[in-house]
Design a protein around this ligand. Structure first.
Ligand code: HEC
Ligand code: HEC
Ligand code: HEC
Length: 461
């Protein structure tokens, strides 16, 4: 998986470029999973067997698909079981497994303009992994982003979210990681810039508060469980919140949508990293306003809701490796919390003119209406609705452009019912046509969105 909190212009900001650099990440596509050694973090729509997380999560409900047990995760006791479940909620495996490598052994590359950073080996190998770490060392890394020896970690590791996780839960994850097969593997060294750790000391002092989740007594137990998972291990805001000039998450606009760099195109194609917009998860009209709590829960737990969307793009690994293994109760609790997020909108962009809408109408009829219908409502047997879609209306059109250019093959673990896959249209449509149809869907049927230019499409090629 690859992450990038892109913010080119920031480099000239009066903040250390080194600090900034830490968040401009894009990691390599993770490996096609070797058939019998489940790998993690699939790039969107891999044709290969994707990653199973460390299986057999304590998922009560009948609805949860049976996970395949992994032979390197012996189950000993309740604490370990719980730790495994929590590690899955935190999706450690997606970031800590490189292409073709052993689970949790690290080495996944995160690309950035100033060099690369590699995830670490978190198996219990004493030399190359966490074998010598005490429980306190591990808690400090998860809560404060500091490894033994005062080694400051870069926030490509989501400790800014994991800091909310209780000591008990972090201890359970530690217990679980201790049961993994130790793998002797040293990830490649980080690019020169990221061998420096001191910039993060300052960044942490300014922007990181080491703070556990606090129960909101005015809310239900379900809501609190959902908030705890969403804000903590789920680290949804890492991608779904915009960042300020310092690259810290913008708290005022939390969950109003963010930008990342991630792979586009088929998994077997040349690795190509492009911008994606992670949609607005708040109740705004351009966000999840049209989704019910059940829709959200179902999407997270099943990877598909006929009312709105299936899994594709960077959400694939979040769902395939993490969310679909959570219990129905937990994904429901997250949905209840997400449904309670007050509407927030990113600053609006240039409006779409009537001419621009008109220009896209014929293209829509020609290329999209067959499945999404003239009404934009899609259908149970054809496709999701574009009316009210967060992808369609998002301030930054990158994900909308990506699905048109590269298509949306659902990962094979997810069933999208009767829907025919949306095929890539990049080869048969020009930049101008894609911009035109994007403007059409962003300004029809009550949708609102800012204008898309052919140049925006060209950048996603
Ligand atoms: C979004 C990607 C991502 C996720 C998710 C993630 N990590 Fe990491 N993690 C990283 C990266 C990248 C580093 C290396 C950071 C650095 O070198 O500054 C890292 C570093 C660490 C370290 C420090 C190891 C050392 O040797 O200093 C620990 C411990 C760790 N992760 C544990 C976990 C656990 C446990 C989970 C799941 C609960 C997890 N990580 C989830 C990306 C991730
Ligand atoms: C062959 C039928 C088909 C055609 C033609 C088609 N789509 Fe789709 N589209 C789908 C399906 C099916 C999905 C759901 C894919 C999934 O979730 O795996 C989808 C998903 C989408 C989504 C994502 C919705 C969401 O919220 O996740 C957007 C946006 C979209 N299509 C726009 C378009 C546009 C614009 C066109 C024309 C340029 C188009 N589609 C042409 C079938 C089609
Ligand atoms: C790695 C970055 C990343 C993380 C972590 C992440 N998301 Fe997303 N999410 C995206 C991107 C990018 C999109 C838009 C493209 C796509 O659907 O993949 C998206 C789309 C969505 C959608 C709309 C899907 C659609 O097709 O309309 C929902 C709902 C969602 N995410 C919820 C969540 C929740 C809840 C979490 C935390 C458990 C989460 N996301 C974590 C990047 C991320």
């Amino acid at each position: 998986m690859k992450r990038s909190f892109k913010l080119g212009l920031l480099i000239s900001a009066p903040v250390s470029a080194l600090v900034l650099a830490g968040l401009v990440l894009a990691a390599d596509a993770p490996a096609p999973a070797p058939t019998d050694a489940p790998a993690p973090a699939m790039a969107p729509r891999t044709g290969e067997a994707p990653a199973l997380p460390p299986s057999e999560i304590a998922a009560p409900a009948a609805e949860t698909p049976a996970a395949v047990p992994s032979d390197m995760t012996p189950q000993t006791d309740e604490k370990v079981e719980k730790g495994k479940y929590l590690a899955t909620a935190g999706n450690c495996i997606s970031c800590h497994t490189r292409k073709g490598g052993e689970e949790f052994a690290g080495g996944l590359e995160f690309h950035l303009p100033m060099g690369s950073i590699f995830s670490t080996n978190i198996t219990p190998d004493p030399e190359t992994g966490l074998g010598k770490w005490t429980e306190e060392d591990f808690i400090k890394a998860m809560h404060d982003g500091v490894s033994p020896g005062g080694h400051y970690l870069w926030p490509a590791f989501p400790y800014t979210a994991f800091t909310r996780v209780t000591d008990d839960d972090v201890k359970a994850i530690y217990a679980y990681l201790k049961t993994l097969k130790p793998v002797k593997y040293t990830p490649p060294s980080n690019g020169i810039l990221f061998t420096m750790r001191w910039p993060m000391m300052f960044w942490n002092a300014l922007f990181h508060t080491s703070e556990r989740y606090k129960t909101d007594t005015t809310q239900s137990a379900e809501w609190n469980r959902g908030a705890y998972l969403t804000e903590g291990l789920g680290h949804c805001s890492m991608c779904h919140s915009p960042r300020t000039i310092t690259l810290a998450e913008n708290k005022d606009l939390a969950y109003a949508g963010g930008e990342i760099l991630d792979h586009v195109g088929a998994a077997d194609a040349e690795p190509k990293v492009r911008k994606w917009s992670a949609v607005n998860l708040t109740q705004a009209k351009t966000g999840l306003g049209a989704w019910s709590a059940d829709d959200i829960a179902r999407y997270l737990n099943k990877g598909f809701t006929a009312n709105h969307a299936g899994t594709w793009g960077p959400m694939t690994e979040v769902i395939v490796n993490s969310m679909r293994h959570l219990s129905v109760e937990d994904t429901k609790a997250m949905a209840v919390y997400i449904k309670s997020l007050a509407p927030k909108e990113l600053p609006a962009g240039a409006p779409i003119s009537e001419d621009q809408t008109k220009a896209g109408q014929a293209v829509y009829k020609d290329r999209c209406a067959k499945c999404h219908q003239d009404s934009g409502r899609g259908g149970m047997f054809t496709s999701p609705p574009l009316v009210g879609s967060a992808i369609v209306q998002h301030r930054d059109p990158s994900s909308l452009i990506n699905i048109i250019i590269y298509g949306a093959n659902a990962p094979k673990e997810i069933s999208t019912g009767q829907w025919e896959t949306m095929k890539p249209l990049g080869e048969v449509m020009t930049d101008a046509e894609i911009a035109a149809v994007a403007n059409y869907v962003r300004s029809s049927w009550g949708n609102t969105g800012s204008a898309v230019q052919a140049a925006d499409v060209a950048k996603q090629r």
